[in-house]
Write a protein that binds this ligand. Sequence first.
Ligand code: SF4
Ligand code: FES
Length: 255
Amino acid sequence: MASRKLTFNIFRHNPHDPGSKPHLQEYHLEETPRMTLFTALTRIQEEMDPSLNFDFVCRSAICGSCGMLVNGRPRLACRTRTAELPKKIALLPLPFFRLVADLSVDTGSWFREMGERVHSWVHTDRPFDSQTQEERMPNEKAQAIYELDRCIECGCCMAACAAAQMNGNYLGPAGLLRVARFLADPRDHRPDGEVYEVVATEDGVFGCVGFLACEDYCPKGLPFSTQLAYLRRKTALKGWRSAHKDGQASIASES
Ligand code: SF4
Ligand code: FES
């Protein structure tokens, strides 16, 4: 079968260059078997335009650095085969994040700041003892934590999220999943009131407008809708609300 001639329209702009204006630049490439967007962009950069900026590290859906809008949808470019796409392919940087240049955006700063906002670490008063053995936990518990810990911080959910485009402070699917991950962890002993402060706001669970595009575009299939429902339900629980007032009550008082 004759190979297809692909037309790429790629967003170009360098915000650090005062002379640069946002525009789409056209490139043409012959499709090769099993070609991914990573292969295509690398060939364009090596054979036609070394000034083109884009990010890749692992090429196997692990590092989360290659998220971009592919014909309007957030996807990992390293896992997207050109054969899945029409001959005309438009590539734009993910919205919501700071543009570095062309297809490269700064997801790292947002994820770092979000991690600080939600205190993305295990809170415990137990002093560290290097001599104690690793703590055991039931398999089901470990699996439940692992399921929520699979986020690769690609930013596709934030780019797909209508609420995040309207409210830059919204914790978004990635931030709320992070909160749920620590709530699932029996080693974490942060006071309920602290979690309530973070999630029971317009920047938290009440900021979601319910389109749930995050779930459609998360390349790891993370269960956002169930976790959002779980967090919303928790904010309504009496124990949590009183915990918010006195900063003391325990999750055991929920029922
Ligand atoms: Fe990417 Fe999914 Fe994590 Fe969002 S939740 S940053 S889409 S892996
Ligand atoms: Fe690492 Fe695509 S290059 S996720």
